[in-house]
Design a protein around this ligand. Structure first.
Ligand SMILES: Cc1cc2nc3c(=O)[nH]c(=O)nc-3n(C[C@H](O)[C@H](O)[C@H](O)COP(=O)(O)O)c2cc1C
Length: 385
């Protein structure tokens, strides 16, 4: 896959449908049949009053399901109180929140899409770190009392706290199954709790949860195992991973394919059904030794299904200076995604901002009616359209 980025080369022409036909083909994700390769990426909207999903949220997700996506990964939802990012981020515990999720799930599935709940525990990452007000008064916990070097936050978790947190993830998975979700995605990317264990800068532990990359994987592996134990071995559990962190876009958990292999092995052994590989541009080269992307390496080394994400259909990544404000259509990225799937580099492609602007994106790609797709701009963040 190309490792360049030259917006000036942008071809202002939507590819013909036959060019990306593979995106419309079905896929088996650990036994879950998906009608196509198009996934809605998880996007926090902070529209759930005190953590309870609303009817407006149900309609927002239903629109994307009716619009043809194969699978939705919901916005991050907290497995327990100390893992919440903010008051209006949904919870995946408590009868009120679970009833709200049941209202979200039913119409999505009725429209033929699969749906995974993303489980998001922020650990030592607080809203104040990104200059947002902290709407909750909770004691934050993290592997070593750090969100990153120089960012002391919360207290280092005791092994008893770790065990309880792992159980909370499992309970969230079990309850997700009870309200009808097809599976869960563990948010282990972007510098949140499981990623704070992965990253050597935030994990200085001397016990069995710290040390080499295999030991730093132990927490996430226990979480995956517990989700399967509580929700059932046939309940889908995917893991979202990234090299970059909210606090450090240049951060690297691993620097070579060999290290990546060591990162993935314990996670595969724990029974994970797939990886969601989060990069800012899905086609970027990850190691200097090869032109392949991180998603492609993960696919190759894990042997598990892989969802790639990052700037599909758009000309700016979401962490670029103006990437949350706007993004113009970049059709050639769609072709790159189709080619990568065709070549077995990854299996599914997730769209974030492009699906905020175009709820019917998948249907248009499937039918070839792509003229009229809209650019993304920040107004789509202001409402749950
Ligand atoms: C408004 C917004 C909220 C997001 N919230 C989450 C989230 O809750 N969990 C997560 O893993 N990623 C989150 N992301 C990242 C997206 O899932 C995705 O990786 C990113 O937007 C890149 O995809 P895109 O270029 O197609 O938009 C968010 C992105 C945006 C724009």
């Amino acid at each position: 896959m190309a490792d360049f980025w030259q917006p000036e080369m942008e071809v202002q022409q939507i590819p013909r449908p036959c060019d990306h036909e593979v995106l419309t083909s079905g896929f088996d994700l650990g036994g879950l049949r998906l009608r196509n390769r198009i996934v809605m990426a998880p996007m926090t909207r902070e529209c759930a009053p005190d953590g309870v999903p609303t009817l407006e949220m149900a309609r927002y997700y239903a629109r994307r399901a009716e619009g043809g996506v194969g699978m939705i990964v919901t916005e991050g939802a907290a497995p327990n109180e100390e893992g919440r990012f903010g008051r209006n981020v949904p919870r995946l515990y408590g009868a009120d929140a679970l009833a709200g999720w049941a209202r979200v799930v039913a119409p999505v599935k009725a429209a033929g899409a699969a749906i995974l709940a993303q489980i998001w525990h922020v650990g030592g990452f607080t809203p104040s770190m990104i200059n947002m007000p902290d709407s909750l008064d909770v004691s934050r916990v993290s592997p070593s009392g750090l969100a990153a070097t120089g960012y002391p936050v919360g207290t280092a978790m005791t092994t008893r706290q770790i065990a309880r947190t792992v159980r909370d993830y499992g309970q969230a998975a079990r309850q997700a199954r009870e309200v009808g979700f097809d599976g869960v995605e563990i948010h282990a990317a972007h510098g949140y709790l499981p990623d704070q264990f992965f990253w050597s800068e935030s994990n200085l532990r001397k016990d069995c949860y710290g040390g080499d990359i295999a030991a730093r994987c132990r927490f996430a592996a226990e979480v995956i195992h517990e989700c399967k134990a509580q929700a059932g071995s046939d309940f889908i559990v995917t893991l979202r991973i990234s090299q970059w962190k909210q606090l450090d876009f240049q951060a690297r958990v691993v620097g070579t394919p060999e290290e990546l292999s060591d990162w993935l092995k314990p996670l595969v052994a724990s029974g994970v059904d797939g990886f969601h590989v989060s990069t800012r541009r899905f086609w970027d080269q990850v190691f200097s030794s090869s032109g392949a992307s991180l998603a492609s390496w993960v696919r190759r080394l894990s042997g598990r299904p892989v969802i790639a994400v990052g700037s599909a259909l758009l000309d700016r990544d979401f962490k670029a200076a103006d990437g949350k404000k706007r993004g113009a259509l970049s059709p050639r990225t769609l072709q790159w995604a189709a080619d990568a799937i065709e070549d077995g580099e990854f299996d599914l492609i997730a769209f974030g901002r492009a699906l905020l602007a175009n709820p019917d994106l998948a249907q248009r790609l499937v039918s070839g009616e792509v003229a009229g797709l809209r650019d993304y701009d920040r107004s789509y963040l202001e409402t749950l359209k």
